[in-house]
Design a protein around this ligand. Structure first.
Ligand SMILES: [Zn+2]
Length: 331
């Protein structure tokens, strides 16, 4: 995941604006009637354990042993929770000419239902620590960037097995999201070096005629004190879904995480899903305009380890997604 090319100046402007008058632009939300949210469960301890499980495989860099073993583990877990699992394998060309043996993993609940929504995250981790001051050539642990999104989706799968819904839910684990060109590389300005797995899926959905109502991407959703702002591409392509999701988060008591700050568009899987597949999709992503790189100081460094994870953040995001799923049939 990366800031969108050409928008660094905009980020800087937003930062300067914030520093000068302490007022980041806010998305205006009209007063909405309350959304009915049926009861649900989400266990943050379980999600935390799923991050530890992933870290035990080592970095999940495409073509590595850890990557292969982690894919097998994700598939096994999803099958054990009763999902219909599709492994979408593809050889994808990275910016440096390397062929990445990638696999998108799709877990379908209630696979025959026509009405569907999808939740997604990337499961691969970055092969380099290009934002770190040391050992930049070594891969990051990816506890938050990769690990947290997968963990929340797995916990949702575990809950859906016990507490099914009438329509279809697809949980999509994208590969090769984080193999993008570093900022020092000539191809750095090319947005499509990122999100290779979701680009492939957007051109070749796992099922012919797949036509979901909408999707929600989660990325870096477990860090202590994270804030999730209203990211520009999500607002452009699926603003009403974003506002509804934020409303559900607020009704569930998570207003400190889900803030109404309007922030610059970023390159993440949702961008290609919106542009290539034409499925409306928002991004819940840790975005901190005050951090030196907008995504938290751990981002693409060796500090992205279990120490940055907070169960309360996992809980806020997991509960919000369960609230979205459970309320979908009623509203
Ligand atoms: Zn990343």
């Amino acid at each position: 995941m990366e800031r969108q090319a050409g928008l660094c100046c905009l980020s800087l402007c937003l930062l300067l604006l914030f520093l000068s008058c302490d007022s980041t632009p806010k998305v205006k939300v009209r007063k909405q009637s309350k959304i009915e949210i049926p009861p649900f469960r989400f266990n943050a301890d379980s999600a935390f354990l799923f991050i530890e499980n992933q870290l035990a495989f080592g970095p999940r860099v495409p073509n590595s042993i850890g990557h292969k073993k982690c894919a097998q583990w994700i598939v096994r877990k999803l099958k054990s929770y009763g999902a219909k699992v599709t492994e979408q394998k593809a050889d994808l060309m990275a910016y440096d000419g390397k062929v990445l043996k990638s696999v998108n993993i799709i877990a379908s609940f209630n696979p025959k239902a026509k009405k569907r929504l999808f939740l997604c995250a990337h499961w691969d981790t970055r092969p380099i620590a290009d934002q770190d001051n040391t050992n930049q050539d070594l891969p990051i642990p990816g506890a938050n960037d990769g690990g947290s999104g997968v963990a929340i989706l797995l916990e949702i799968a575990r809950q859906l097995q016990k507490d099914s819904v009438e329509y279809g839910v697809d949980l999509i684990f994208f590969d090769a999201e984080d193999y993008g060109a570093p900022r020092s590389h000539p191809k750095a300005g090319t947005s499509d070096t990122w999100c290779l797995g979701s680009q492939y899926w957007s051109k070749h959905p796992h099922r012919a005629g797949y036509n979901p109502k909408y999707g929600i991407l989660i990325d870096m959703v477990g860090a202590k004190g994270a804030t999730f702002a209203m990211e520009g591409n999500s607002m452009s392509y699926a603003g009403s879904i974003m506002k509804r999701t934020w409303q559900i988060a607020h009704q569930l008591g998570h207003s400190q995480y889900f803030i109404y700050d309007k922030v610059a568009p970023i390159i993440d899987d949702h961008l290609f899903i919106n542009q290539m597949a034409n499925f409306p999709c928002i991004d819940i992503v840790h975005y901190d305009p005050m951090a030196k790189n907008s995504f938290g100081d751990y981002w693409h460094t060796h500090d992205d380890n279990i120490e940055v994870i907070d169960k309360q953040t996992l809980d806020a995001v997991g509960q919000t997604l369960m609230g979205v799923i459970k309320s979908e049939g009623l509203n």
